[in-house]
Design a protein around this ligand. Structure first.
Ligand code: FES
Length: 111
């Protein structure tokens, strides 16, 4: 198991670090769903048709991941919150031992 960090910003400017276990081979979205994490809707269950699993990947993790391509790049146009250079669909990030400590910020909304 590895540990993943989902950072949620609050209205008062503070942040909460939700530490979630992840299993190599699973997706980041699946780890969030198993943990019952608010902030990742994942309406399509990972079929890449909803864009409600949006996250912002922090460095150095963003650079360590294979960049988005193809359908993911296209679907990033449909995220509800601001799209940034480090925007990813969490259902397209496959976990590995090397991603222990992966940290992402949750967008303000998925809708
Ligand atoms: S879960 Fe629907 S696009 Fe990722």
């Amino acid at each position: 198991m590895i540990t993943l960090h989902f950072i949620q910003s609050r209205a008062d400017g503070s942040t909460v670090d939700h530490a979630v276990p992840g299993k190599p081979g699973d997706t980041l979205m699946h780890a969030a769903a198993v943990a019952g994490l608010d902030g990742i809707a994942a309406d399509c269950g990972g079929l890449m048709t909803c864009a409600t699993c949006h996250v912002y990947v922090r460095e150095p993790w963003a650079a360590a991941l294979k960049p988005p391509e193809g359908e993911e790049l296209g679907f990033l146009d449909f995220v509800a919150a601001e799209r940034r250079p480090n925007s990813r669909l969490s259902c397209q990030i496959t976990l590995a031992e090397s991603l222990d400590g992966l940290t992402v910020d949750l967008p303000a909304t998925q809708y």
